[in-house]
Design a protein around this ligand. Structure first.
Ligand code: HGA
Length: 607
């Protein structure tokens, strides 16, 4: 969250900076701003709210300058006002920041005691003051930044410019991503390669603690101990077209529709269909030695972990614990020697999950990661990378990353089962066959889009909505509720269907729609009994099941959504589609900002 970009260009950069911010806006949209160093002055334009507000201002008043930095904000310290918008100017220094300076309070007190004045409530401004103070004392920009970085606790990606030197941007990162882009006579900094895609494909990823002196003629990178280092330049392969909405109204809708293709792409690197085997990427690690799995993730990815617990325990008979990352580290988890630590993250930068990963590594645990961005911090730090091939996910509410993570989780569960001697070849062949059926089953699920859109208006008027599921469909119920909350702002809860009678059933009346996720199969009858308990109390049920399930239990439901008949293993992947479509259409019916819901941002790089 928060996106930053810097350009040392050969002509005016303001427009290109805004174009870069458009590609970063998914990371935050509380405010945006641009600053240039031009003719011995720092020029700046900032605006509250969406990037278009800034673009409008810049349309009215041109911002000259061949060197500049820009920012799109997800506020952590200080309201989303123009005063708190980045870039912040302090004396001869101007900077943008992604992250949180955790010790900003004592630093601010120290600076206030010296009589320095602050123009914002942000933690970022203290960094600007510290650097400006060094410069005022005669330090060069390089020496100033070098002196300040060790004083900062927390997480940051910084881009800093100096009035005195329009040919310099200093970048630094710790706990938040930052890349250097290499151009023709120009060089760049950005939060990710997507931001820089129209400018260059040649990208170097800064390591934790690195800082860089970026000039037009070249880039010098230093590690956390200030030793000069080389970071490899890779070709990003990302083009502008990848972040296009195509014919869709929203990125979220496009990403829901991409699922059959990207899940197939992901599965193709884990299934050897001819041999009817599941295969993980080559690794030195012996999965057979795993006696316990500790899964750590946040939000939607944590529900992939919760579904994985059912699968791994059922198939491989290995005990699994699932934690949300923000709790994991601080509960002092017991991590035994034969534990596999598994993190799940779309961006690979989620600060809570990254911190949990590092904690596991520090405890000597072998780690694996189901991650969508192969160049991310987590992807580079895990022992075993299990990539998803979802492509860039721009909608803030995760959809295609979720189902691709599930696809990898299914492959991992089967591999682990085989490594533990629990999966016969014939059973493995059956699992492979079921997994190869997923893309077609997802297409069949998507064909119910219009029906789901039709029923969305009924749900859109509700104040509260409940989601029920059993077994692996219980975490899917949690995911359904999260999706609805995130984008439609309707209060929603997911419950294990059997748990209703232990309390939540008291909430039921005719105004609370209850979405029941119940594929026919071994758990069906029990779930249906719970559904009937709800209906007996006037609850209005939307039943999502296959033809067999609907024939048995669909009568009396407010609405039904028919899914293809699938094996229970793959049901969460297929049933995710109607759950996502329902949230999407309810949000559209309510007129909310589907791709950029209020208060949220993607790629949560603060703890
Ligand atoms: N702490 C800074 C930057 C916020 C950020 O990076 N969010 O992801 C602020 O509040 O402006």
């Amino acid at each position: 969250m928060c996106g930053i970009i810097g350009i040392l260009g050969t002509d005016d950069v303001a427009e290109r900076l805004v174009e870069g911010l458009r590609r970063l806006e998914y990371r935050g949209y509380d405010s945006a701003g641009v600053a240039t160093v031009h003719d011995g002055r720092i020029e700046r334009q900032r605006a509250e709210g969406k990037l278009n507000n800034l673009a409008r201002k810049l349309g009215q008043e041109h911002l000259p300058g061949h060197s500049g930095i820009a920012h799109t904000r997800w506020a952590t310290h200080g309201a989303p006002t123009e005063d708190n918008a980045h870039p912040h100017i302090i004396g001869d220094v101007v900077l943008v920041h992604n992250g949180i300076i955790e010790n900003f309070k004592p630093l601010r007190d120290e600076l206030l005691a010296e009589g320095r004045t602050f123009n914002s409530q942000t933690d970022t401004e203290v960094v600007g003051h510290l650097v400006a103070r060094e410069v005022e004392r005669g330090a060069s920009p390089e020496a100033a930044v070098k002196a300040v970085l060790p004083r900062l606790h927390g997480a940051f990606a910084l881009a800093i410019m100096f009035k005195s030197d329009p040919d310099l941007i200093i970048g630094a990162r710790l706990g938040a991503p930052l890349v250097v882009g290499y151009g023709e006579g120009e060089n760049y900094l950005g939060s990710d390669a997507i931001a820089l895609a129209p400018l260059t494909q040649r990208i170097a990823y800064l390591d934790e603690g690195d800082w860089a002196m970026v000039r037009r003629a070249g880039v010098q990178i230093f590690d956390k101990d200030n030793n000069p280092v080389e970071r490899p330049i890779t070709l990003s392969g990302i083009t502008g077209a990848l972040i296009d909405k195509g014919n869709h109204r929203h990125f979220m809708q496009k990403e829901i529709y991409e699922q059959p293709v990207v899940v197939a792409q992901t599965l193709s690197s884990y299934l050897r269909t001819l041999e009817a085997r599941v295969a993980l990427p080559d690794m030195e690690f012996d999965l057979g030695s795993v006696e316990r799995v500790a899964i750590v993730a946040c939000g939607t990815a944590s529900y992939v972990g919760a579904i994985g617990k059912y699968w791994i325990e059922q198939l491989a008979r290995v005990p699994v614990e699932v934690d949300v990352a923000s709790e994991f580290r601080y509960r002092e988890p017991v991590l035994g020697p034969n534990t596999l630590g598994l993190v799940i993250s779309q961006s690979g930068e989620t600060a809570d999950t990254l911190a949990a990963l590092r904690h596991m590594k520090a405890c000597g645990v072998t780690t694996a990661g189901i991650i969508n961005v192969p160049t991310s911090s987590m992807a580079r730090e895990v022992d075993l990378l299990l990539p998803t091939h979802a492509g860039p996910e721009i909608g803030v509410a995760s959809t295609k990353a979720f189902t691709c993570q599930l696809a990898v989780m299914a492959a991992l569960s089967a591999n682990l089962a085989r490594a533990k001697g629990r999966l016969e070849a014939a059973e493995e062949a059956r699992l492979v066959r079921h997994l190869t059926e997923v893309p077609a089953a997802m297409n069949a699920a998507l064909s119910h889009d219009a029906e789901i859109e039709g029923m969305a208006h009924t749900i859109a008027g509700a104040r509260d909505v409940l989601y029920l599921g059993r077994g692996p469909d219980y975490p899917l119920a949690l995911e359904g509720a999260l999706k609805l909350k995130e984008i439609s702002y309707i209060h929603a809860e997911g419950y294990a269907a059997g748990e209703m009678k232990h309390g939540p059933i008291a909430l039921i009346d005719e105004s609370v729609p209850v979405i029941v996720i119940a594929p026919s199969g071994p758990l069906f009858e029990k779930t249906v009994s719970n559904m009937q308990e709800v209906q007996a109390r006037g609850g209005k049920v939307v039943l999502i099941s296959d033809a067999e399930g609907l024939a048995q239990a669909g009568e009396g439901a407010l609405a039904t959504i028919e899914m293809p008949k699938v094996h229970p293993l793959i049901a969460p992947l297929v049933y995710a589609v109607p759950v996502q479509l329902l949230a999407y259409h309810v949000a559209v019916a309510k007129g909310t900002d589907v791709d950029q819901p209020r208060n949220l941002a993607k790629s949560v790089t603060v703890e």
